[in-house]
Ligand binder design. Sequence first.
Ligand code: G3H
Ligand code: 13P
Ligand code: ZN
Length: 312
Amino acid sequence: MPLVTTTEMFKKAYDGGYAVGAFNVNNMEIIQGITEAAGELKAPVILQVSKGARAYANHTYLVKLVEAAVQLNPEIPICLHLDHGDTFELCKSCIDGGFTSVMIDASSKPFEENIALTRQVVEYAHDHGVVVEAELGTLAGVEDEVSVEADKAMYTHPEEVVEFATRTGCDSLAIAIGTSHGAYKFKPGTKPQLRFDVLEECSKQLPGFPIVLHGSSSVPQEFVKIINENGGNMPGAIGIPEEQLRQAARSAVCKINIDSDIRLAMTAVIRKYFNDHPDHFDPRQYLKPARQAVHDMVAHKIVNVLGCDGKA
Ligand code: G3H
Ligand code: 13P
Ligand code: ZN
């Protein structure tokens, strides 16, 4: 099947009490690792491209690599999504360039400006058969060139979500309930806890509407350990506990974003490989196990966190 939007995926996920994984892609090995796992497990999947990924790999390379993955995995629905689009022009460029979904992230702007920019993107996207994710509330952490300090991060106000969704016409909504971007989500020694009360209140206000969670890597400690044992230095890297993500996936959350765990999986394998084989210098020798690590991590998420295996 050709690239799809998230419309059908989210409807099935909402009704079925699971979530679709949205994994960030930057190169061929990452795209292969993710889609091979999704294909084997018959799981729908979202491949998302950030502004930084586009700058790194080039729009055309990424689209062509994703097209290859679609051709090689004809039995699963695959969506190509712009992650954290920050301007109308960037969203338009991705819509014109073959993406089936875009995110306009105007969450750092005042409410009315967020609505106006989101509305502008929605009108253009819907005219072109593309769906739009928007965001209300601010996550802590680093998104592309935007860095948000933890104390400036704000949970989404549930009383704003109906007006926002109605006036913008967005197709899904990212909310802030305590997740954050990157590998350092909580201070060591504190208890990681998502605000399920905020999630529940938002979904009560918007029955049937797909909610999105950004910043949802769980920062597996086995990867952090391998990195630190092989010349890395990532003390205090902590993510979202998997059981909390599983709980979110059973609710109105239909899309769960994961990028840092891909980075950690690849970095752990490559660091160890270099330590174990100081004489090797063929990139295929270390990119092969790195790709396998992405595959295994994604397969684990699909089965144990998202619950979307067999849902293609
Ligand atoms: O939310 C941010 C994603 O992890 C993408 O990161 O902008 O460094 O590609 P990036
Ligand atoms: P993580 O940094 O937790 O992987 O979040 C990724 C993300 O939200 C991409 O938009
Ligand atoms: Zn994000």
